[in-house]
Design a protein. Structure first.
Length: 82
């Protein structure tokens, strides 16, 4: 049975991405035994979800400046990334 390790909520996007890249490299090398490969894959899936959550949170914090017809900034609105 594989051990499940939770991803710390405060893990930065950059650190999570770096670890994910290490996992991908290890899996692509083909040198990991089956059980280790399964554990790495599971950790990678958790890291991927963590990175997606961090990106979504960052996206929600981004705001755009709303410019009125006179060219003056009149406030901010949520950014539209769609």
């Amino acid at each position: 049975m594989t051990e499940t390790t939770a991803i710390p909520a405060d893990l930065s996007f950059e650190d999570a991405l770096q670890r994910l890249e290490q996992i991908v490299s290890r899996l692509e090398s083909g040198q990991a035994p089956l059980e280790e490969s399964i554990s790495l894959y599971e950790e990678g899936a958790r890291l991927k979800a963590h990175c997606e959550d961090r990106l979504k949170a960052a996206q929600l914090r981004v705001e755009k400046i709303v410019v009125g017809p006179d060219g003056q900034a009149k406030g901010v609105a949520a950014a539209d990334f769609g």
